[in-house]
Design a binder for this molecule. Structure first.
Ligand code: ATP
Ligand code: LTN
Length: 338
């Protein structure tokens, strides 16, 4: 194993909001996590505290959290190569969150577009304060680990900017304490769209689910969804996001899962019709996901083993986070318990 100190650190988190991740989550975010664990000192957490903002039932949250961990491992995260943990296992997240709340302007937090969108949809009486402070807890997640890079999708850019602002503000006011992180937002990281509405991103919260490929769904369900994907007028399988968003989306999925360029992917379908094309994409998707689903289910059958892995992850994370928290408290004048 290479020397920890010589490697740049990355940190990212994902919410356990469902029993299954979808292909957009994998190709847009988790696949980058897997790639980075070999070259970086990587910390990844399932952010169960963030997920409290959606108000799931306790048993649901429990199952979703374990299912998320199992899928992350099945998709390629290796607890020996990265630090994989559950956010609530490391109390410093909430503790630094409070410190950062005391440095964040009310107006500044009010400008977060994700909060504005979500709270507008729900109405102010049904919006919890936790949704308002959500990006500040996220900043704590990142700053605690002195992360250099944060691999996320485009939608998280503003939260990373806030994290940088808060880190810089703290350092300027109380002395150098935090590494200022950069977003790691890959253009090439496919933005996967909904199979039924290929101009909108694949997302469970904003669609019926018919156009969402879930990692944990059976091959039969996923084949059916891909076969009924919306294609475009014409007959040729060409990548043209404006004129052919449906075909282009399927080509993106195919190229990402086969590691072929878009051009090479297109060449595979010269002279073939949409029917053949969709069948081939469906086969590639289900064969890619089959071992993932099996591995995740196997892991879920042995909760004791999962707990053991999570305990090791939490201990490694806690060692780093507690040190940063102590330094933060010291810098601000909070007296050490001794
Ligand atoms: P939901 O399905 O509940 O709307 P979501 O699909 O937007 O949620 P998040 O939990 O918000 O998922 O996102 C987890 C990660 O997956 C983020 O880094 C996000 O950028 C990425 N992501 C989500 N959907 C897509 C997509 N369709 N294409 C690429 N990346 C995505
Ligand atoms: N808000 C993020 C999830 C998230 C996160 C983080 C991502 C919580 N804490 C820290 C990166 C780093 C999302 O919804 N995708």
């Amino acid at each position: 194993m290479s020397n920890e100190t010589s490697r740049e650190r990355v940190l990212s988190g994902i919410q356990p909001t469902h029993l299954s991740f979808h292909l957009g989550n994998y190709l847009g975010a988790i696949k980058q996590w897997v790639d980075l664990q070999s070259s970086h000192d990587a910390f990844y957490c399932v952010v169960d505290l963030h997920a409290l903002t959606i108000g799931a039932k306790p048993e649901e949250l429990r199952r979703r959290t374990l299912a998320s961990v199992a899928q992350l491992i099945a998709l390629g995260l290796d607890p020996e190569k990265c630090t994989l943990f559950i956010q609530s296992h490391v109390p410093a997240h909430n503790q630094l969150g409070w410190v950062l709340e005391c440095l964040t302007g009310f107006g500044e937090a009010s400008r977060m577009t994700q909060f504005k969108d979500k709270s507008q949809k729900a109405g102010s009486d049904r919006t919890v304060v936790g949704l308002f402070t959500y990006p500040i807890l996220q900043a704590a997640d990142i700053l605690l680990y002195q992360a250099h890079k944060v691999p996320v999708g485009e939608d998280q850019r503003q939260h990373i900017e806030l994290t940088r602002d808060l880190g810089q503000r703290f350092n300027a006011k109380f002395g150098e304490t935090f590494t200022i992180p950069e977003g790691y937002i890959l253009k090439a990281a496919a933005k996967i769209n909904d199979l039924q509405d290929p101009t909108a991103k694949m997302s469970k919260s904003s669609s019926s689910g018919a156009g969402v490929i879930e990692i944990m769904d059976s091959p039969e369900i996923n084949i059916k969804k891909i076969k009924s994907a919306v294609t475009d007028t014409g007959r040729e399988v060409l990548f043209d996001e404006q004129a052919k968003p449906g075909v282009s989306n399927l080509l993106s999925i195919y190229s990402a899962l086969t590691a072929k360029t878009i051009t090479a992917a297109q060449e595979d379908f010269i002279g073939k019709g949409y029917g053949d094309f969709k069948m081939t994409v469906a086969e590639v998707v289900v064969e890619y996901l089959r071992p993932v689903r099996e591995k995740a289910n196997e892991l879920l059958e042995d909760e004791a083993h999962l707990s053991k892995l999570l305990k090791i992850g939490a201990e490694k994370a806690d060692a780093v986070a507690s040190k940063t928290l102590r330094d933060t408290y010291d810098a601000m004048g909070l007296i050490s318990r001794g």
